[in-house]
Design a protein around this ligand. Structure first.
Ligand code: THU
Length: 142
């Protein structure tokens, strides 16, 4: 959790912030750094990086490090202005399948997502673009 910033969202500044944050990635096995920042409407930021493990399967993606912190800090999905994701991919890196499911659960379907790669800003999406026909609480109705 980072303190309030009063600056408007700027694609280049976000790229720099994501790259700086990606240096905190703990990825000694894949050497593939991922970082993400949830920019909140009140100016606060929530950060995540991927954190790997020698046993491999306990490794966790940057998205799933960041998203639960929303609720731990008493925010909801409606408090999020932007979800920005950086991966070490050359051209374009997108969220893994598990993270897509978690994004659908913990963010609004029309939440704006900016994707960054080594080459900088790539494109804007909505969370629901990443997971059509998502399994959701509606599917639990019997
Ligand atoms: N990774 C993420 O952090 N987020 C994703 O959505 C894709 C993959 C991480 C997991 C692992 O530490 C590394 O990238 C290589 O897969």
């Amino acid at each position: 959790m980072k303190l309030k910033s009063n600056q408007p969202l700027n694609k280049d500044k976000i790229f720099n912030d994501l790259k700086t944050l990606a240096n905190k990635s703990y990825s000694p096995y894949s050497h593939f750094k991922v970082s993400c920042i949830l920019y909140l409407k009140n100016g606060q930021e929530i950060h995540g990086v991927n954190v790997e493990n020698a046993a491999y399967s306990p490794s966790i993606c940057a998205e799933r490090v960041a998203l639960p912190q929303l609720f731990i800090n008493d925010y909801t999905k409606d408090d999020v202005e932007l979800f920005a994701l950086y991966t070490d991919a050359l051209e374009f890196g997108s969220p893994c399948g598990v993270c897509r499911q978690v994004m659908m659960e913990l963010l609004n379907p029309n939440q704006k997502v900016w994707i960054y790669s080594q080459k900088g800003y790539q494109d804007e999406f909505e969370v629901q673009d990443f997971l059509p026909y998502a399994f959701s609480k509606n599917d639990l109705k019997k």
